[in-house]
Design a protein around this ligand. Structure first.
Ligand SMILES: [Zn+2]
Length: 243
C-alpha cells in the first residue's frame, strides 16, 4: 500500500470549511462554523451551514452514529426511516454527498477506481476496525478488488494528544501494532491513524492519504479533548458541493 501525508488547506472565500481533498471534494467544517451535531437527527444549525454552502440538506446523507463498526448501504438515497444507526455509509458519490460528525474521531473516505460507489466512515477508538468492514463491503458490492480502493484518513486527535487508560493502549498495541498503542513517561497513548493504516495495509488497498492535522493541536478544528463539554462537533462531507 502506498501511504502519503497531506495538510488541510483553507478553502478560498469560505470561513466555514477546510479542504481535505479538492478533487472529490472532501471537506470538514471549521470549529468556528459551530456545532454541527447531533448525528442522525435534524439540527437547524447544520442545515443553515449546509444551505449557506450550496448543499441541499436533504441530499446530504447521514446516520445516527453510535461508535459501532456498522456500515449501511445508502446507494439508493436517504433512509426512509427517521434514522439508521451506523457509523459508515456506502453511497453513490455522483448523486449524493454524505456527512459524518466528528470531534477527535476520524472521518474516513474510501473511493473505488472507475466507480461512483464510495464509503464515508466515522472511526473513533471504539469503532476502530470499521475501515475493514467497509473495504470488504465495497469489494462485495462493486466486484472490484481491494487494490482498486483508495482511502483518505481525515483529521483526528494525534497519538501524542490521545492519552488513554493503560489497558486501552495495550489493546490497541496487541490488535493494531506498536505504533497504535504505546506507553511513554508513565502515560499510555493510542494513535488512530497508525491503527487505521495498519488495517488498510492488511486489507491490501491501493493507497492511503493521511491528513496530518490534529484536532487538539490545530485550533481551526473542533476537539472534545481540548474544549471539554463546550466542544463543537464538525461535519466531514464528501460529495458534490453546490457552489
Ligand atoms: Zn495533537
Amino acid at each position: 500500500m502506498n501511504t502519503s501525508a497531506i495538510e488541510l488547506r483553507e478553502v478560498p472565500d469560505s470561513d466555514l470549511w477546510l479542504e481535505i481533498d479538492s478533487r472529490i471534494p472532501f471537506r470538514i467544517s471549521a470549529d468556528r462554523a459551530g456545532d454541527m451535531g447531533p448525528s442522525g437527527e435534524p439540527a437547524p444549525h447544520r442545515e443553515r451551514v449546509l444551505k449557506a454552502s450550496g448543499l441541499d440538506p436533504a441530499r446530504v446523507l447521514g446516520v445516527r452514529q453510535t461508535h459501532s463498526t456498522i456500515v449501511c448501504d445508502l446507494r439508493s438515497g436517504p433512509p426512509r426511516l427517521d434514522s439508521v444507526e451506523a457509523d459508515g455509509m456506502i453511497f453513490d458519490i455522483s448523486r449524493f454527498a454524505a456527512g459524518v460528525t466528528v470531534a477527535d474521531c476520524m472521518p474516513v473516505l474510501l473511493t473505488v477506481a472507475e466507480s461512483a460507489t464510495a464509503a464515508l466512515l466515522h472511526s473513533g477508538w471504539k469503532g476502530t476496525g470499521i475501515v475493514r468492514e467497509a473495504v470488504d463491503e465495497l469489494v462485495r458490492i462493486t466486484r472490484s478488488p481491494a487494490s482498486s480502493i483508495s482511502a483518505i484518513l481525515g483529521p483526528c486527535i494525534c497519538g501524542r494528544c490521545y492519552a488513554v487508560p493503560a489497558e486501552r493502549a495495550e489493546l490497541f498495541r496487541r490488535r493494531f501494532g506498536e505504533e497504535a498503542g504505546f506507553h511513554r513517561d508513565g502515560d499510555s497513548y493510542i494513535d488512530l491513524r497508525a491503527a487505521n493504516v495498519r488495517l488498510l495495509e492488511e486489507a491490501d488497498i491501493a493507497r492511503a492519504t493521511v491528513v496530518r492535522n490534529c484536532t487538539v493541536c490545530d485550533s481551526r478544528l473542533g476537539s472534545y479533548r481540548r474544549d471539554g463539554p463546550a466542544f463543537r462537533r464538525m461535519l466531514a462531507v464528501a460529495g458534490p458541493f453546490g457552489e
